[in-house]
Design a protein around this ligand. Structure first.
Ligand code: SAH
Length: 234
């Protein structure tokens, strides 16, 4: 009798704990189905990564209830994480393999870097705003993404010591394609970058470096916070 009573009282408590813990997982699964698969994202590695990385851990506390909605989120310092669809779209475009070396410009919250790290072991990411870079490091390392190489600095110049990169993803809007990034792209490599006028709608551009030429392709119209420059680098 006592045992039955005990079970009767423990089971609902345990169930509510599990449900509470799983609500983010549930929201993530829905995000993958309703925002990604339904819009044509079909790369298995990208879908698995987006279904795994806890996006809510990368946003300020007051943004957590909205972490899995179909839109961008503010992360402080006037910056944003892109809508899940754009993160997935850009990731899928990179066609990463397990051993690809990828450079991200604009670490921001660290979310995109974590998505990349689920797919490849060689992730490099640069953030120009020190406070964001340090915050991202804390979150990423706290979640166990300790192999990601992070740097605070102006990503316009890339990361020469580790070049060439098989893939480069720029997550801030540039007014023109930074030359050092094209130079640091491996032959056979691909870069995805939003390009266009300051404050306007930009074009997401795919750049493929072949042995003979640089091929550019417009993908879609996007809005991104601007790629800024350190005064001394201008
Ligand atoms: N990928 C991020 C979101 C990027 S928001 C995420 O997943 O959260 C764009 C980021 O680019 C901002 O954090 C901004 O500070 C950074 N940024 C802007 N110009 C930069 C530059 N020249 N070099 C490196 N980072 C830059």
């Amino acid at each position: 009798m006592l045992r039955q009573l005990l079970i009767l009282s423990i089971v609902p408590a345990l169930a509510s704990l599990i449900i509470w813990q799983d609500t983010y997982q549930l929201q993530r699964t829905r995000m993958v189905e309703d925002q990604l698969i339904s819009r044509g994202i079909d790369d298995v590695a990208t879908l698995a990564a987006m279904g795994k990385v806890p996006r809510h851990k990368f946003v300020p506390e007051d943004q957590r209830p909205y972490a899995y909605v179909d839109g961008a989120l503010t992360i402080g310092e006037g910056q944003t994480i892109s809508q899940p669809y754009i993160v997935a779209y850009m990731t899928q475009c990179l066609q990463l393999k397990k051993d690809s070396k990828v450079l991200e410009i604009g670490t921001g919250s660290g979310y995109q870097a974590a998505v990349l790290a689920e797919i490849t072991d060689n992730v490099y990411s640069i953030e120009i705003v020190e406070k964001l870079g340090l915050q991202a490091r804390e979150v990423l390392y706290g979640l166990g993404y300790t192999d990601i190489n992070l740097k605070i600095g102006d990503g316009y110049n890339g990361w020469e010591e580790h070049a060439p990169f098989d893939a480069i993803i720029v997550t801030a809007g540039a007014e023109e394609i930074p030359k050092p990034l094209v130079e640091q792209l491996a032959v056979g490599g691909r870069m995805i970058i939003p390009v266009g006028p300051h404050r306007g709608t930009r074009q997401l551009i795919q750049i493929d470096k072949t042995p003979k030429k640089i091929k550019k392709k417009n993908l879609l119209a996007v809005r991104f916070v601007p790629l800024t420059r350190k005064q001394e680098n201008k």
